[in-house]
Write a protein that binds this ligand. Structure first.
Ligand code: ARG
Length: 462
């Protein structure tokens, strides 16, 4: 009598699995989080089997009832997960048979774990995309609100981390809001590429039954059906799409957090983070550190890593399903968790941070931020721009050498630089009027900023 192998696939085996086989194969520790998707997929499959007369009406009832009570069991925390049953698919199937007997054993007719897992991962991404979309929407709304509430605040705009020109704080917030709208487009794309049904393709070649994939598509709310059975079980592009969304979103959040760290730091002091979103030092009693921003900045590392990890896993995998593909899950789950956590943290920081308007204004007053405006002032008076640029350069140099700025220079001191300079230059020197002078579409002038706010509100309905 050969050694009995208790696995669902154990029929042809004469011995039990080695411990290392189980340790390496098992994914139940992490793929258990797809239980809802697995059950939803199995119920749709069972309904199709009943239509195909493979399950009787009573058997279908037993299967759906059994699966529903397994769902409750898992949610109550009572489900006996077994590592030797490898994954969530076999854990649930085996438990179903335990509970309802014969009908449970018929469930896997015309299905393979290969099309089953491809289905579950797609359903999982679609579910998560919905909840991440809500969070992302909340972040964009928070930025728009922050911009609106502080529409009068002027701050230095930077290039190369050097003060460049005065901008509205609102324009700066909206620049990030626009980045996040593109992240939403990428998220929607990942959702969309997960919206083709792989179920019904079996292991790789299709199944020996006249199944009804259109019925499955409809039951499970997919937009499309994967039309090639081999593609259906080997494709993980939709996971890559999600990981790419997360990686780029991670880059954006990281950039924003870098600014939050700088702005809340003692040298800038542009903003103050809510106390309960900062942390103290174990040795320096005075400290209030922006750890949340730093952590979110750091999370970009794993978000990039997860994308790279799956790209590497998929490289060189021949058709069709190969077990390497099981390695798609941990990077995916980690990116889902990380992106959600980071959006939540960033939204909390932005919605509660307070602005130090005086510090921001000091930044625009003390760094020749209106030099371009003065060059344009001269250009309007007929001085060719290249020349006016050089003249203002000389004025800046003069100021630096004499410990002055634009505001402490008298007209008599300015006149020698160009005969075109007159008393009305005072208006051009003022940072407060600089932003309003920006006439181009999309500029930092208040009307243009308000236009952006209106467009974003209209687009997202807030
Ligand atoms: N746990 C497996 C995975 O996640 C399910 C598919 C297993 N298929 C197989 N032929 N061994 O990929």
């Amino acid at each position: 009598m050969p050694h009995e192998n208790k696995k669902l696939w154990g029929g042809r085996f004469g011995s039990v699995s080695a411990e290392i086989t189980e340790k390496l194969s098992s994914s139940i520790q992490y793929d258990c989080r797809m239980y809802r998707q697995d059950i939803r997929g199995s119920i749709a499959h069972a309904r199709m089997l009943e239509k195909m007369k493979i399950l009787s009406a009573d058997e279908l009832k037993a299967v759906t009832g059994g699966l529903t009570s397994i769902m409750n069991e898992i949610e109550r925390g009572d489900f006996p997960f077994s590592e030797s049953l490898e994954d969530i698919h076999m854990n649930i199937e085996s438990r179903l048979t335990e509970r309802i007997g014969e009908a449970g054993k018929k469930l896997h007719t015309a299905r393979s774990r290969n099309d089953q897992v491809a289905l579950d991962v797609r359903l999982y991404i679609r579910d998560e995309a919905k909840s991440i979309r809500e969070e992302l929407l909340g972040l964009i709304e928070t930025l728009v609100k922050k911009a609106e509430e502080n529409i009068d605040v002027i701050m230095p705009g930077y290039t190369h981390m050097q003060v460049a020109q005065p901008v509205l704080f609102a324009q700066h917030m909206l620049a990030y809001a626009w980045q996040f709208t593109r992240d939403m487009r990428r998220l929607d794309f990942a959702d969309d590429s997960s919206s083709s049904l792989p179920l019904g393709c079996g292991a790789l070649a299709g199944v020996n039954y006249k199944n009804d994939r259109e019925f499955l598509r409809n039951e499970l709310g997919f937009k499309d059906i994967v039309l090639n059975s081999m593609d259906a079980v080997s494709d993980r592009d939709f996971v890559l799409d999600f990981l790419y969304f997360s990686a780029v979103m991670g880059a954006h959040m990281s950039r924003f957090c870098e600014e939050i760290v700088l702005w809340s730091g003692s040298d800038f002091s542009f903003i103050k983070l809510a106390e309960n979103l900062t942390t103290g030092s174990s040795i320096m009693p005075q400290k209030r550190n922006p750890d949340l921003a730093e952590l979110i900045r750091g999370k970009s590392g794993r978000l990039y890593g997860n994308l790279f990890s799956l790209l590497t896993v998929l490289k060189g995998i021949p058709m069709t399903y190969n077990r390497d593909i099981q390695e798609d899950k941990e990077p995916l789950f980690d990116s889902v968790d990380t992106v959600k956590l980071a959006i939540e943290g960033l939204t909390a920081m932005v919605s509660t941070m307070t602005l130090n308007k005086e510090r921001m204004l000091r930044g625009v007053y003390s760094n020749f931020s209106t030099a371009t405006d003065i060059a344009d002032y001269l250009a309007q008076k007929g001085v060719p721009f290249r020349e006016s640029h050089a003249i203002v350069g000389q004025i800046v140099r003069h100021c630096e050498e004499n410990g002055k700025d634009f505001f402490t220079l008298g007209l008599d001191e300015l006149k020698p630089f160009s005969p075109a300079i007159e008393a009305d230059i005072a208006e051009y020197i003022k940072p407060e009027s600089s932003t309003e002078r920006k006439q181009s579409m999309g500029s930092t002038a208040r009307a243009e900023v308000e236009r952006q706010i209106a467009v974003l509100k209209e687009r997202f309905g807030f």
